[in-house]
Design a binder for this molecule. Structure first.
Ligand code: GDP
Length: 526
């Protein structure tokens, strides 16, 4: 093994790259902050909370971020903990998420699903879960806000199975809950973590001889201990056994209970997670599977963030390193164009602060200064012969008709539409017969970003009119008769002239499917 391969192997072994998926308010910011506190955050400017504050006087974020005080696009946080190097990919927790949120998940090797104990599985969690499940990556569950009254753990496990279709295995179990919460029992390590209320310094961890240990009775009282014994007996008999293989291919989710704001259960979660979560794995490409220890550097762009600094009009392309060692100033080949590109200005981007990165390894994310040469999905490599699998596209769910206010600006308008479509900011459709332009997105925020960028980058004022459609289906078949798609639906074409039908409701969609048994209805472009 060469010296470089040895170095790569060591660095890859250390790395864990994951995303936290949750519905807004479940406690993602709080959990992230606690995790960062356990490690000395290497690359983090200010506290995570500061990013949520509504005033960003000195920040150079996109105008929309400033106005709303939310993180529009995801960034990366990196920290070290007990010999590991951890990359957390931040997905915006706001209701207004976008396709970027989904694409970011392709850069993660595992996901942590954060659930509010009182609310259970919520809408945005379901969507994000499905994207992860499609990739078959391991999903770890953290059930948060245990200090509040919530649903029973068995109830929540049932919901994971019913709503998400995934079996679960509790790694720890609460002793009491809400106001009565007094601790959690760690099933894997036979220890009890005691809850002391507000003061997180007072969290005490005690080794015990199994859940029947009288020590737990002393601490928790007879009633709660009896309850714990009953629950765990039931789990031992009827629950799924822990099975690492099933965890690895996403069939079984390890469940942890805790309270992020009280820092309760967070450290045990982190330590178990690091043991079980996968290190960066080989990725599929046209040149076969590319192992992270492959000496030749390679990676792909999964997100492009524009206008981080309106004064400079710069953009950052986020690249997930798949193999080899990144060194500042190195030259790589861009597969799409065949051009050599010197990676001279790599940034590790966090909130307002930008660090220049000089070396990075597989699993790491680097931000590349982009004068407009990168596209989402671009593969870059030293060998020059590697193209990674295309990034998935997502079925739009919200639609609007777009018109330009000043007809003289038509040329700029067309240029803007073309570029923003290519970048993956929006999907664009043209109605058959009327030639109207419709935009499709997965989150309302994408419309706002579109309007903003059309105005400030292309100098075009656009008008968006919301349309009542909820579903898009790409129609594949031999004889497509447009007259068949008129009821509560409309026939459009995408950029590549594929037929797509937009439906107002599920009923209309099902009727169309019944009436056209020979046609295929696909959620995304064929
Ligand atoms: P995000 O929208 O998912 O990032 O959620 P935040 O981290 O901002 O948390 C939403 C709210 O829940 C905040 O008021 C937090 O203080 C609160 N919160 C977070 N974790 C806990 C917890 O363990 N217990 C309780 N009671 N509140 C929590």
């Amino acid at each position: 093994m060469s010296k470089l391969e040895q170095e790569l192997q060591q660095e890859v072994e250390k790395r864990r790259t994951f995303a936290i998926i949750s519905h807004p308010d479940a406690g993602k910011t709080t959990l992230t902050e606690k995790l960062l506190l356990f490690g000395g955050a290497i690359r983090l400017a200010g506290s995570v909370k500061a990013r949520k504050a509504s005033k960003h006087a000195t920040s150079d974020w996109m105008e929309i971020e400033k106005q709303r005080g939310i993180s529009v696009t995801s960034s990366v946080m990196q920290f070290d903990y007990k010999g590991h190097r951890i990359n957390i990919l931040d997905t915006p927790g706001h209701q207004d998420f976008s396709e970027d949120t989904y694409r970011t998940l392709t850069a993660a090797d595992s996901a942590v699903m954060l659930i509010d104990v009182a609310k259970g599985v919520e809408a945005q969690t379901i969507k994000l879960f499905q994207v992860c499940a499609k990739r078959g990556i391991p999903i770890f569950t953290f059930i948060n806000k245990l200090d509040r009254e919530g649903r029973s753990p068995f109830d929540l496990m049932e919901e994971l199975e019913q709503v998400l279709g995934i079996r679960s295995v509790p790694m720890n179990w609460p002793i009491g809950s809400g106001r009565e919460l007094c601790g959690i029992y760690d099933r894997m390590n036979n220890q009890v973590e005691l809850f002391q209320g507000d003061d997180e310094d007072e969290i005490e961890v005690k080794k015990v001889e199994g859940y029947t240990d009288p020590l737990i009775r002393e601490m928790a009282g007879e009633y709660l201990h009896d309850q714990l014994c009953q629950d765990l007996e039931l789990l031992d008999v009827a629950g799924d056994p822990f099975d690492l293989e099933k965890v690895k291919n996403g069939q079984l989710t390890p469940v942890f209970f805790g309270s992020a704001v009280n820092n309760f259960g967070v450290q045990t979660f982190l330590e178990n997670f690091l043991k079980l979560a996968p290190k960066p794995e080989p990725r599929h490409s046209t040149d076969g599977a590319i192992a992270p220890t492959n000496e030749k550097f390679s990676g792909y762009v999964f997100k492009i963030q524009a206008n981080m600094n309106p004064a400079h009009r710069d953009r950052i392309a986020f690249l997930r390193i798949v193999s080899g060692k990144f060194e500042r100033g190195m030259s790589v080949k861009q597969m799409r164009t065949g051009k050599d590109i010197k990676l001279a200005q790599p940034q590790q981007f966090l909130a307002q602060d930008r660090d220049i990165v000089s070396v990075a390894y597989p699993g790491d994310i680097i931000g590349l200064f982009d004068p407009g040469i990168f596209r989402i999905g671009d593969s870059l490599s030293q060998g020059g012969n590697v193209t990674f699998d295309e990034l998935p596209t997502f079925s739009p769910e919200i639609f609007a008709k777009v018109t330009v206010k000043n007809a003289l600006k038509h040329k700029q308008y067309q240029k803007g539409i073309d570029q923003l479509t290519e970048e993956g900011t929006i999907q664009v459709f043209t109605t058959v017969g009327f030639e109207d332009t419709l935009l499709g997105v997965v989150g309302q925020l994408q419309f706002e970003v579109f309007e903003y960028r059309m105005k400030f980058e292309y100098g075009v004022d656009v008008q968006l009119q919301r349309m009542p459609y909820q579903f898009a289906r790409w129609i594949v078949g031999d004889n497509i008769d447009p007259s068949k798609f008129r009821i509560n639906s409309t026939l459009v074409k995408d950029k590549k002239d594929n037929y797509v039908v937009l439906f107002e409701n599920e009923y209309a969609m099902r009727t169309a499917m019944d009436k056209n048994p020979d046609a295929k209805f696909l959620e995304t472009a064929p």
